[in-house]
Design a protein around this ligand. Structure first.
Ligand code: ADP
Ligand code: PHD
Length: 458
């Protein structure tokens, strides 16, 4: 039995839902279907989830609620009408949108309840459409499916008891259509995962039902070696390991949510990335182990929105507890960090800028000065990270050299280097303004020049 997840791009319009129906019809083992809310139909379009966030905001701020309501209903109406689905679906969606005005939870919980309407409605439309084309299908609410999550609105996590309940879905007849992105706390409150979280639902269902494969349908033929917005027509990746994909998606390969790999990884379920618009394309397979194909680097990912805190103190290496005290300050202030590369007399700590607001920055700098008495302490914002990832990295000499050569060629200054202890990745911090140049240069070196050398036999 397979789990197939269809992302926002696959659910964006009636014509996309028809393709989804064809894909499900084509393979009877696609029994568990997880769907996102309608995504963008074209580049400048707005995702349903963003329309819903605007609706929630309009309600909270008592502004243009009616206008947002209209925009959302128009998109649902288009899909329902074009697919000739029952009008009762539209009545249901109208009711759930109206109920937003009765919600009295705190702001974060209210927003979660509003956002979930996108996925919930998507699942109801697809299930109705599948029945219409002769596939016996049921809509399954995530509570019924057994998705019990932690009480962290907008950033929930699965609770271990869920899996036994999810497993029972195997006994159900027909195709089951489950909305992605949300679940319920033990107390029955609706909570969502972080943005892009339908990938996580798909992986959890795959782990719970012990699927033979988790197919993740999106709008690209495969995972590319580099984000296609930086390099046109980049080389594709046909197979990569969970470890590689986890690092790549953490650092910006937005095609798959970085938290979505863990459940599939633990349950040893292969993940296939496939294209709804071209389902016969081979796609990309994510597995536990793969043969090394001679290529050292599998992919180069990058992300912006980081900042780096630098602390130096002469003889830091001899001061027992320095690192602990430093990290303790962040813990006290409720600030999570991403990386902490260190030298003999210095230490950097890398944060996502959104986790270190200016008021926290002031408090933290003050505390470091008063409690740790460093020689210098400073924060640099506007940092981008680049992650060079590959299982082959561990046994190769000169990978870092090649990277620095690429940065030099592109005239990009490296602010920080960190060889991850997982040994499948190497991370560089640079100024965000230099990102495009740096990525193109790295791609040229690792993928174009190395291939040319292999082809010429040298
Ligand atoms: N390395 C990469 N390989 C493939 N796609 C990538 C990569 N990095 C970023 N992307 C982007 O991810 C997009 C697909 O993810 P997403 O928009 O979340 O899809 P969906 O709506 O199907 O969930 C692609 O259209 C592409 O622009
Ligand atoms: N609709 C949600 C969840 C999701 O996974 O969407 P998508 O499949 O379009 O990335 C979001 O936009 O965050």
């Amino acid at each position: 039995m397979k789990v197939a997840k269809f992302g926002g791009s696959s659910m964006a319009s009636a014509s996309q839902l028809i393709k989804v129906g064809d894909i499900i019809k084509d393979d009877a083992s696609r029994k568990f279907i997880v769907v996102s809310a309608p995504g963008k139909r074209f580049k400048e379009d707005t995702k349903m989830t963003d329309l819903l966030i605007d609706l929630g905001t309009a309600y909270l701020q008592q502004t243009n609620f009616a206008e947002q309501f209209e925009a959302i209903m128009q998109r649902f109406t288009e899909i329902v009408t074009e697919l000739e689905l029952p009008d009762t679906l539209l009545d249901e969606f109208t009711e759930s949108l109206k109920r937003v005005q009765e919600l009295s939870d705190n702001e974060a919980s209210l927003m979660d309840a509003v956002k979930a309407i996108g996925e919930d409605s998507s699942a109801k439309m697809l299930s109705a459409y599948l029945n219409k084309i002769g596939i016996n299908s049921s809509y399954i609410n995530p509570q019924e499916a057994g998705l019990i999550l932690s009480d962290e609105p907008g950033n929930a996590q699965i609770l271990p008891d869920s899996f036994d309940k999810i497993r029972m879905l195997r006994e159900r007849d027909g195709v089951l259509v489950i909305p992605g992105f949300f679940g319920y706390t033990e107390e029955g409150k609706l909570v969502t995962f972080s943005r892009g979280g339908s990938d996580i639902t798909g992986s959890l269902i795959a782990a719970g039902v012990e699927a033979e494969i988790y197919e993740n349908f999106t709008d690209v033929d495969s995972v590319f070696t580099v984000n296609p917005s930086f390099v046109s027509n980049p080389k594709t990746i046909t197979k990569l390991t969970y470890k590689e994909m986890r690092e790549l998606s953490y650092a910006g390969f937005s095609v798959f949510h970085d938290e979505a790999l863990i459940p599939a990884y633990h349950a040893k379920i292969p993940v296939a990335i496939k294209n709804t618009n071209n389902p016969l394309a081979k796609g990309t397979l994510i597995v536990a182990e793969r043969e090394l194909n001679g290529r050292v680097v599998t992919g180069i990912a990058s992300d912006t929105g980081f900042c780096s805190l630098y602390v130096s103190k002469y003889l830091m290496n001899r001061e027992i507890g320095f690192g602990r005290k430093l990290l303790n300050i962040f813990e006290d202030e409720g600030v999570s960090f991403e990386h902490a590369p260190s030298g003999i007399d210095n230490m950097s700590v890398i944060f996502r800028e959104r986790n270190l607001p200016r008021d926290k920055e002031r408090i933290i700098l003050e505390r470091i000065k008063n409690e740790l008495h460093p020689d210098t302490v400073s924060i640099t914002r506007g940092i981008a990270i680049i992650m060079v990832v590959g299982e082959g990295l561990v046994n190769s000499i000169g990978v870092a050299n090649r990277a620095t050569e690429a940065f030099t060629k592109a005239n990009v200054n490296i602010e920080m280097i960190n060889q991850g202890s997982s040994e499948v990745s190497m991370m560089f911090g640079i100024q965000a303004a230099d990102l495009k140049r740096a990525i193109r240069s790295l791609y040229e070196l690792y993928f174009m020049e190395e291939d040319a050398l292999v082809r010429s036999g040298s």
